[in-house]
Design a protein around this ligand. Structure first.
Ligand code: FAD
Length: 483
């Protein structure tokens, strides 16, 4: 009863579905427009330096381990990785620094010296609340295909929602736990990984802070893109065909038409290309409702001469007024004047990423998506502001940048077909979460399924791997493949 599945896109979501289906003995063809697998999770090379193009934080190992275990492999053996400690160094605008870590006594000591006993005494109870939230939400709300509102609104589910205050406001809840504004930023900014302001986020996304402070941030040997490469190797070993440099023009029923004019016939098509784009452009179907989009990311991948000793592998830099920064970004749709940003030097954990005397310096600044395009002058102002802050915090010297590559909303859109250049897919606000998020089967084409960051459960590598689990489960529930 083997079927032919055509997967459009070799991002982590597409590779996850391809691996699961190929392992079951189905014929799988993966079509990828670019010359590399991985989508957002692929490699970038600038000068003599190697970078991960997008994701740099490996968190929540369970979905990675589960995928590999489900196909008879061992993630830890195939993708060796280690804990980053500190997880990241935080630079506050008042000059204080804080090293986030899973080491609880060290966290308590740092909180004590930052803001005193009251906040420090609350830290373990805060982590415990996050742990309970995590354990209640992942199996019951995240790893779940929704058929109707009743899958969300059953008495047992509602009891969990109320008990863990899942729909309360995240920023307000963190404010109840901690008095110090710097700690409030520290334990709430993680929603920015979803392209969402903590002031607009439900408390259930506090699970992200738990992943960091409860479980930790990891780094795989060779970088995060190595995960995509290993997945592709495993897909290939199971007989599936991955065709790179193969762009899909349209999906019509069970047929996939390539830009070249070639037509492929399958039994089922799984679109991994960003869902709103795949639906509008490839399947020519208009969405039933207006979707809202996450922010984007302005990236700078730099080959830097010398060292910046104050910087760790991962670094988070906050501007003076975090709330104002978030308002510019998410409400006024303006380029922030004094932005928060993230800096990564993976060479700290991976000496092969840059030769002696050079650093692979990666900077990610959250910016609005193409709803508010950034002109050259605005980009120059943004970069000036980031560089002068880096100079102040770590002695960065612009003249030591030997080569630089930039990627912003326009490139996220043009290179990866991310709708509106929204680097993190559709927004994760309350009304686009769980059963209200676009589900993984097309309403207009019964042979078309969706996998990836803009469908359920959402953005981030672990979520996208769960998205592949959910597609497999949906195919079983729909009677397309046996259990
Ligand atoms: C800057 C940045 C930083 C991030 N940091 C982290 C992090 O630290 N940790 C983390 O867990 N997550 C992170 N994420 C999120 C993570 O990268 C994404 O959630 C995940 O990679 C999305 O995978 P996907 O399979 O849904 O989509 P994609 O990676 O976008 O893959 C879709 C694929 O479809 C292909 N495609 C599109 N159109 C066509 C077409 N017409 N024909 C053929 N192929 C097509 C694309 O080329 C692409 O390869 C980050 C994202 C960004 C942008």
């Amino acid at each position: 009863m083997s079927k032919h599945f055509i997967v459009v896109g070799a991002g982590v979501g597409g590779l996850g579905v391809a691996l699961r289906l190929a392992h079951r003995g189905h014929r799988v063809t993966v079509l990828e427009k670019s010359d590399q697998v991985g989508g957002r999770n692929r490699r970038e090379f600038v000068g003599q330096c190697r970078f991960d193009a997008g994701p740099t934080l490996l968190m929540m190992l369970d979905p990675f381990r589960k995928l590999f275990a489900d196909v008879g492999e061992d993630f830890d053996a195939l993708v060796p990785h280690r804990l980053c400690d500190p997880s990241y160094r935080v630079f506050f605008a008042d000059g204080t620094r804080f090293d986030g870590t899973t080491d609880r006594p060290r966290m308590i000591d740092q909180i004590k010296s930052l803001s005193g006993d009251r906040d420090a005494d609350r830290y373990l109870a805060f982590l415990d609340e996050l742990k309970q939230l995590y354990e209640a939400s992942i199996p019951n709300f995240v790893r779940k295909n929704y058929q109707s509102i009743w899958d969300f609104a059953s008495p047992a589910q509602l009891k969990r929602v109320v008990k863990h205050r899942m729909l309360g406001n995240l920023a307000s809840r963190v404010e109840k736990w901690f008095d110090d504004p710097r700690l409030r930023m520290l334990f709430s900014f993680q929603t920015m990984y979803l392209g969402l302001s903590p002031y607009d986020a439900p408390w259930v996304y506090g699970t992200l802070a738990y992943m960091e402070y409860g479980e930790g941030i990891f780094y795989p040997e060779g970088g995060l893109a190595r995960i995509s490469e290993v997945m592709a190797e495993q897909v290939g070993r199971r007989g599936a065909d991955i065709r790179l440099n193969t762009s899909v023009r349209s999906i019509e029923g069970q047929r996939v038409i390539l830009d070249s004019g070639e037509i492929l016939e399958g039994d089922v098509v799984v679109a991994n290309a960003d869902m709103p784009y795949a639906q509008r452009e490839l399947a020519q179907s208009s969405p039933k409702r207006q979707l809202r989009y996450s922010c984007s990311a302005h990236m700078m991948y730099m080959e830097y001469e010398g060292d910046l000793p104050g910087l760790e592998h991962h670094n988070v830099v906050f501007g003076a007024d975090f709330k104002q920064n978030l308002n510019s970004l998410f409400h006024d749709l303006k380029i922030p004047e004094d932005p928060a940003f993230y800096v990564c030097i993976s060479k700290r954990s991976d000496v092969g990423a840059a030769p002696d005397g050079l650093l692979n310096l990666f900077v990610l600044v959250p910016v609005p998506n193409l709803d508010c395009p950034m002109d050259d002058a605005a980009q120059a102002r943004l970069e000036d502001s980031v560089f002068s802050r880096l100079a102040k915090e770590a002695g960065f010297d612009r003249s030591k940048v030997r080569s630089i590559k930039r990627r912003g909303p326009r490139q996220w859109h043009d290179e990866l077909n991310l709708e509106r250049g929204a680097a993190f897919g559709i927004s994760h606000d309350l009304f686009q979460s769980a059963f209200m998020r676009p589900q993984n089967r097309s309403k207009s084409n019964p042979d078309l399924y969706f996998v990836g960051a803009s469908t359920v459960p959402g953005n981030g590598l672990p979520m996208v791997l769960i998205s592949a689990e959910l597609v497999e489960q949906r195919l079983i529930d729909d009677g397309v493949i046996p259990a």
